[in-house]
Ligand binder design. Structure first.
Ligand SMILES: *[C@@H]1O[C@H](CO)[C@@H](O)[C@H](O)[C@H]1NC(C)=O
Ligand SMILES: *[C@@H]1O[C@H](CO)[C@@H](O)[C@H](O)[C@H]1NC(C)=O
Ligand SMILES: *[C@@H]1O[C@H](CO)[C@@H](O)[C@H](O)[C@H]1NC(C)=O
Length: 381
């Protein structure tokens, strides 16, 4: 029996860890009295501290024109440092510093989560009421922007789509197996997969997590489901049980969306079914999986790989979590052309309309107290 430490993707709580580190480093820096040495250009692995004034300048005083998006916990701005490096700056709503210090160790771990398929956290700024996280800037928006748009899909050919699928798989495998901890993303969806200048995928919003030590699992039975309908595994949506297998479920939905160009969530009718999963499964059973593919994909010489991708996706979205493969299995299946794949069993939700993305539960509705007593469920596998 293996211990699994679930990690709850709760941006504010993680921000708390990060800011506590920032704060302690700031103190050190003040004590030193001299200018703290840091490098902010590209290659370094260092977690940097930024001055508020520096970020003001980088974002033109947090001007509206620089807004990239509005997240659950604050607004994200595009910025450019004096040295030229482009950054994404997340300015969090201000809160009391309560509870910050006890999470210092966990924060260091989050800052160390680094993988080519994860968006990198470059540093932070904590000054009076301001709490700010600084990420690498990715110029090509997110995956949803491309795959659901008829015209933009043309920019992604089959080999690029495969690279994206494989990249996300590697990023997730890293999260699931990093060190002895296990990071469950819990809100994996195309809008959380950002694209760099070469259209390589980078999973975002993963490291803003609260990590529970195994000792913490006593006594907390609250269960709050956060995430987005359409991507949530059934056991998570209905019972709040999350595990690496709930991320696997979301990953399967994403593969089907990439291949079909259609959203699982929403008000679309798919043949006899009201969601993409049922539709994909029926086509698979009838050996008509080619009909699932978006018109931009020409099966021709890639049909074997396309079929394997659909097979893998259907394995991921199976109703029963234990039937789903792990990310390790999936990476092997994706990289092999000969490995025999299992026949998928019936997916979850085949007769359920999944709400559209806009009706997703958002973290915004939680108070700061909720965030510090966030639920976890421990799992044995
Ligand atoms: C930002 O605000 C400061 C002080 O209010 C002002 O001097 C500066 O010109 C502003 N910068 C921009 C780019 O708006
Ligand atoms: C991605 O970003 C790079 C750099 O900004 C740009 O040259 C390229 O055209 C973009 N690709 C797409 C498909 O938008
Ligand atoms: C967790 O529990 C183990 C064994 O019960 C104990 O050795 C360890 O010190 C505890 N850790 C914390 C942080 O309480």
């Amino acid at each position: 029996m293996l211990w699994v430490i679930p990690v709850v993707a709760v941006p504010l709580t993680a921000a708390a860890f990060i800011l506590s580190i920032c704060y302690s480093r700031r103190l050190k820096r003040k004590r030193k009295g001299s200018r703290y040495w840091r490098k902010k250009q590209g290659k370094n692995d260092e977690f940097s501290l930024f001055d508020f004034e520096e970020l003001l300048e980088a974002t033109s005083n947090f001007s509206e024109e620089n807004i990239l998006g509005q997240g659950g916990f604050g607004t994200v701005y595009k910025g450019q440092l004096r040295e030229g490096l482009e950054i994404a700056v997340k300015r969090l709503a201000s809160h009391s510093g309560q509870g910050f210090t006890e999470f210092q160790n966990e924060l260091q771990l989050i800052a160390k989560l680094q993988h080519t398929n994860l968006v990198r956290l470059l540093g932070c700024c904590s000054q009076e009421e301001e709490k700010i996280l600084v990420y690498e800037y990715l110029p090509n928006k997110s995956l949803d922007f491309f795959i659901f748009d008829e015209n933009k899909r043309a920019l992604l050919d089959w080999s690029k789509l495969v690279e994206i699928i494989e990249g996300v798989a590697h990023g997730l495998l890293y999260l699931h197996k990093h060190s002895r901890l296990l990071v469950v993303h819990r809100d994996l969806k195309p809008s959380n997969i950002l694209l760099d200048d070469e259209m390589n995928p980078k999973i975002s919003d993963f490291g803003l997590a609260k990590i529970f030590s195994s000792n913490d699992t006593e006594g907390d039975t609250t269960r709050r489901v956060v995430g987005t309908y359409g991507y949530m595994a059934p056991e998570y949506a209905s019972k709040g049980i999350f595990s690496i297998k709930s991320d696997v479920f979301s990953f399967g939905v994403i593969i089907l969306e990439i291949l079909s160009g259609k959203r699982n969530s929403g008000h679309q009718q798919f043949g006899d079914f009201i969601n993409l999963l049922g539709h994909a499964w029926q086509l698979w059973e009838e050996r008509k999986w080619i009909d699932l593919l978006d018109a931009s994909l020409v099966p021709d010489s890639h049909s074997a790989k396309m079929m394997r991708c659909i097979n893998i996706a259907l394995l991921c979205v199976q109703e029963n979590a234990v039937d789903r493969p792990t990310m390790g299995d999936i990476v092997s299946m994706l990289s092999s052309e000969t490995m025999i794949l299992d026949e998928p069993k019936q997916p979850a939700y085949i007769n359920v309309r999944v709400g559209n993305e806009e009706s997703s539960t958002t973290l915004e509705s939680y108070s700061i107290n909720d965030l510090f007593s966030i639920p976890f469920i421990h799992l044995f596998i």
